[in-house]
Ligand binder design. Structure first.
Ligand code: ZN
Length: 73
């Protein structure tokens, strides 16, 4: 099961520094028109929207693990 942690500004704000990294749910990977990879999802703790830039290696690993992958046309 593919998993990714990202910075949640909302949790950081409400629950303190030690909770800033949260598991991303509804994870999907995108490649934009400039060739940059990113992940989008929701915070597993508070459901806030999350965004994280990925390296190509990270993006391909998540794609291989079955995460929804979309490329900008
Ligand atoms: Zn959160």
């Amino acid at each position: 099961m593919a998993e990714l942690e990202a910075l949640c500004m909302k949790c950081r704000h409400q629950k303190g520094e030690e909770h800033q990294m949260q598991k991303m749910t509804s994870l999907r990977v995108e490649k934009n028109e400039k060739g940059r990879y990113s992940a989008r999802g929701q915070c597993g703790l508070c459901d806030a929207n999350m965004f994280k830039f990925l390296s190509e290696g990270q993006a391909m690993k998540l794609k291989d693990e079955g995460v929804e992958y979309k490329e900008a046309a």
